[in-house]
Structure formats: C-alpha cells, structure tokens
Design a protein around this ligand. Structure first.
Ligand code: 13P
Length: 307
C-alpha cells in the first residue's frame, strides 16, 4: 500500500489541496520538483497518455526514470494521469497494458479514464482498473462526466457550456459509480476544461473557467470520496479556492507550466532558460494560486513511505 491515498485524505480533511503537475517534456521534471521543495509544499508529478502520444514525455517508463533522478519523497509522489479507454481522437486504447506498465514503473497512483464511454461501460472498465490498482496496493482515480478540451476542434462557447451544465457529472450517477467501481478518487466535471495540447487552440489563451460550487457540494455529499479537478490551469482563483474547501483534494495543472516551457524554447531554444521559466511558474502556482507553500507537513502522513 502506498501512502498517496493517505496524503489526499489528509488534504481533504483539512481543506487543503495536493496539486498534480503534468510533465509533457522531460526537462520540466527537475524545476517542478525543485519548486515544490523550495516552497515546502507537497505535490504529485503526473503524466497523461496524451503527453507521450502528442507531446514529448516519451512514455510512462521514461517519465518514471526521470522522476527517480530528482525524487524527493518528502515532497512528491508519481501519479499516472489519464489512461483513456477511448482517446481524444475516438481511438480504442490498450489501457490494461499501460496500467500494467505504470505499476511496473513504480507509479504510486493510477487514473483510468473511461469517461467517453456510456455509463455502464465506464463502470465496467473502471471497476476492472480499480481492481488492478488495488491488487498492486495503489489508489485508482476515475472520471465521470466530460472535462472537455483535449479533443481536436473548437469547444462550444464557454459561457454556453457552463450555463447549460453540458457534460457536468450527474449526482445520482456519481453515487452509483463510486459504490460500484470502488474507485478511490473521482474526477468531476463542474465547469473546468482541459487546456488544448494540439490543433489551433494549443497556443491560444485558455478560457478562464468558472466552477459550479453548489453542484460540487452535491457531488461531494453523494460520493464521500476525495474529488479531483482537472483542467486546473486558469480556473478563477476564488472558485478554485472555494472548491478546495468543498471536496476537491487534488487539482491537475498542465497548461500553466507547459506554456512557459514552450515559449522559452521557441524564443531561445535554451533548455536551462525554459527550466527556469517552469520553476518560476510552478512556484507561483504553489504560493500565489493555491497558497500551499509550507503545507508539506500537513498532508504527509507520519509514517515514512515504503519506497
Ligand atoms: P490544464 O492543462 O488545463 O491545466 O489541465 C490539466 C489536467 O487536467 C491534466 O489531467
């Protein structure tokens, strides 16, 4: 059993958050971990399949290898983000093989994403993935509802999406989903969107998302497990801070730290300069956006990790 589950439970109990920083380019690893350590914070280091198929993460084993070079167990754990059953291009994915690869590579928590499937199929795949994770002693995150943005093509106008509650996680479905799948953390759709990683939207300013906090409260009450907010970059700060008090215990952040890396590489081609840009932005996210600097000891359990 890893301690990732206890870490997120500690955050939830105290109204704190564990940020999860995605690593789509391996040189981002060092400055992200350095920023977490310098801010005396605690965070997940994550990679999603889309970041090795469409960006330059390489694969789960490569990210794990880079992680081990810079690992600091007092500050970070490795999380396998979005292993889709059907991907953003509607292709079927060998998700069981990727989960197995993640387990073998030493990831401390896993996410199955069957949210593009019908409810019954999402439940079936998630139940199987959660059983695989639990057998390996790991917690399993799942997704219900549609956190849009990774797909090619334009999104509907944001306000229209938000006002209609399009794709929002259904409360009764969430209650049933958690009971039947035994997933440990649930990614919910309450207004955030993923930053684009391909197509015309990739380098465009990300929409400033709002969150439906009343809906979040209902999801929290129905599920009783830690909830996860994806698309964490650029969400209105007052909304994200309120959400952290209402059941969101993990927030995924990718675009916010990826863009400075890509911009610096475009401008100078200098990896060290790009790494410093990532360091500055990660430190800003921890200190100014989430306000979790100095919170390491509040979320890390007393027992040392069995690393
Ligand atoms: P952003 O790129 O919008 O921060 O989303 C990150 C995310 O949810 C990764 O799973």
């Amino acid at each position: 059993m890893t301690d990732s589950e206890a870490i997120v439970a500690n955050a939830l109990r105290q109204g704190l958050v564990v940020p999860a920083f995605n690593i789509p380019y391996l040189p981002m690893m060092e400055p992200v971990i350095r920023a977490v350590r310098d801010e005396d914070a605690f965070a997940f280091i994550a990679v999603a399949r889309i970041e090795w198929t469409k960006l330059e993460a390489g694969g789960p084993a490569q990210v794990a290898e880079e992680f081990r070079k810079h690992d600091d167990p007092r500050h970070v754990r490795l999380h396998l983000d979005h292993v889709p059953v059907v991907d953003e291009d509607d292709a079927e994915v060998e998700w069981r093989a990727i989960l197995r690869e993640g387990i073998e590579a030493g990831y401390r928590s896993l996410m199955i994403d069957a949210s593009r499937l019908e409810l019954e199929d999402n439940i079936a795949a998630t139940r199987e993935a959660a059983a695989m994770a639990h057998e390996a002693g790991l917690p399993c995150e799942a997704e219900l509802g549609a956190v849009l943005g990774h797909e090619e093509g334009p999104l509907p106008p944001y306000e229209e999406l938000f006002e209609s509650g399009m794709g929002f996680t259904d409360v009764e479905q969430a209650r049933r989903f958690v009971a039947e799948t035994e997933c440990d953390w649930l990614s919910v759709a309450i207004g955030s969107v993923h930053g684009a990683v391909s197509g015309a939207a990739k380098d465009k300013e990300k929409v400033q998302a709002r969150l439906d906090l009343r809906h979040l409260e209902r999801l929290r009450d129905a599920t009783g497990i830690p909830l996860v907010l994806h698309g964490g970059s650029g969400v209105k700060q007052d909304a994200v801070l309120a959400a952290i008090k209402l059941g969101i215990a993990k927030v995924n952040v990718a675009t916010e730290i990826r863009r400075p890396y890509e911009a610096a590489m475009r401008e100078s081609g200098d990896v060290a300069a790009a790494q410093e840009a990532v360091y500055e932005r990660t430190a800003w996210v921890l200190r100014e956006y989430f306000g979790v600097s100095g919170m390491r000891s509040a979320v890390l359990p007393d027992t040392p990790p069995n690393a």
